[in-house]
Design a binder for this molecule. Structure first.
Ligand code: GLN
Length: 432
């Protein structure tokens, strides 16, 4: 759909459907046509979108309205939708859902058409979508490259206009990193601010559902609907912006440009930059794995039989179950990881005594090629900037910021204090 001057296709759609200028059915059928024609493998399944759209049109004629009236939205395939099989990108899950998850209920109540369920790394474990049992997703900006992960199908679907907005889930970077790779906007909200009931857990202490959209305005609207919170306007002129000293040794030519651009954009509204320190940031990866993988190992015990798990789970999932079982057998490791987690939380608290937001690249590189060396440190550590805020439960927004040398996008990650999403949205708009 052509947005004209309005950079909020969701609002525009609502107006069109409300006025009767277009029907939800017409709009949904256009998107379904594009999904069917796409060869990028963004979707694992397509839903009863035409029936949903007709229902919305009927209701709209008798006065129903909602913030997402007629909007075409996709959900990651770890979120339950009644009558569909939620696969989590795995061959092991084959039963149909008997209930909608909470976010689906909210999207439906707001008048959205839920068009389909997007491809993902198996059980949300991965950074490339390559661990999906349903095959790779291609990055629409360069089809020799990965879309990122684990919400790669959602980010790629938004980037190529197969839906207006999509939901992802982010435990250590799975919304922000694919958003960065696909050149779209992704929010990992404050932990707990959107109800995740009815979603399959990777690591329930860190999992957070959030929206992926083309623009910041659309992202804000989606967040309002999903969280039920109204975003108050934030004053962002003259804020103090923190740059993390310990992130610097990860910077490359490409990511240095993110910091440079952030300085240009934010200085122009009178922001001041200060250095902040997260001494435990480099331990975030190990902490994330130790705490996350134990929860994953426990969760996966309840899925299928032992034989089915042997036959049907992919290698990445099995690897993490092994790590998780190892940590469960050595409780001192988990104890240590919990101590590091608390240190990370208090280091962020100290940093936020010195600044209002923290800025970093969203990922250490642009989207990598399917053929790239999987032991490459930038690939292994592709969540290096996103994991620390996840461990601390803080909100973080990725907005497209610069093009790397290859011409592909890299996002800027804006990390805020708890529940300061409104500040992130306000700052994020400056990068558009
Ligand atoms: N890429 C990270 C991982 O593989 C993040 C996953 C996520 O956030 N779901 O664990």
């Amino acid at each position: 759909m052509n947005n004209g001057d309005n950079n909020n296709s969701l609002e525009l759609t609502r107006e069109l459907v409300k006025s009767g200028a277009r029907s939800a059915e017409q709009i949904a059928s256009e998107y379904l046509g594009r999904i069917n024609a796409s060869g990028d493998n963004c979707f694992i399944s397509v839903l009863d979108a035409m029936a949903q759209a007709r229902d919305i049109d009927d209701k709209a004629r008798s006065g129903f309205d909602g913030k997402l009236l007629g909007a075409v939205v996709a959900i990651k395939d770890n979120m339950r939708y009644i009558g569909s099989v939620t696969t989590c990108g795995s061959a092991i899950l084959t039963d149909k859902d008997t209930e909608d998850c909470e976010v689906v209920k909210r999207l439906k109540a707001a008048g959205a058409v839920i068009v389909g369920k997007t491809n993902m790394d198996e059980f949300a474990m991965g950074s490339s979508n390559a661990t999906s049992a349903y095959g790779n997703v291609l990055n629409p900006l360069d089809r020799t490259r990965v879309p990122g992960g684990s919400s790669g199908g959602s980010a790629a679907a938004v980037a190529s206009g197969l839906c207006m907005a999509a939901l992802g889930s982010d435990t250590g970077g799975s919304i922000r990193q694919p958003a960065s790779y696909c050149g779209v906007v992704g929010l990992k909200p404050t932990l707990g601010s959107i109800d995740g009931s009815g979603m399959y857990a990777l690591s329930q202490d860190m999992d957070q559902i959030g929206p992926i959209t083309k623009t910041v305005d659309e992202n804000r609207l989606m967040f309002e609907v999903l969280s039920g919170k109204a975003m108050e306007k934030a004053e962002v002129k003259g804020l103090t912006v923190g740059l993390v000293r310990e992130f610097e040794h990860w910077y490359t030519e490409d990511t240095k440009r993110v910091i440079q651009r952030a300085k240009e954009v934010l200085s122009s509204i009178g922001c001041r930059f200060v250095e902040v320190s997260l001494p435990s940031a480099d331990a975030a990866f190990a902490t994330y794995r130790a705490l996350g993988n134990t929860q994953s190992a426990n969760n996966l015990r309840n899925i299928g039989t032992a034989q089915e798990r042997t036959d049907k789970l992919g290698i990445e999932v099995k690897k993490r179950i092994l790590i998780g079982e190892y940590v469960l057998a050595h409780p001192e490791i988990a104890e240590r990881a919990k101590r590091v987690k608390n240190k990370i939380i208090s280091e962020f608290a100290k940093a936020f005594n010195l600044c209002d937001i923290i800025v970093s690249p969203s990922a250490p590189s642009v989207a990598f090629k399917f053929t790239d060396d999987r032991n490459n440190k930038e690939i292994v550590y592709s969540d290096i900037f996103t994991q620390p805020p996840s461990i601390a439960g803080l909100p973080a927004l990725s907005v497209p910021c610069v093009k790397g040398e290859s011409g592909l996008p890299i996002g800027v990650q804006l990390v805020g204090k708890k529940n300061a999403e409104n500040v992130l949205f306000e700052i994020g708009k400056l990068f558009e």
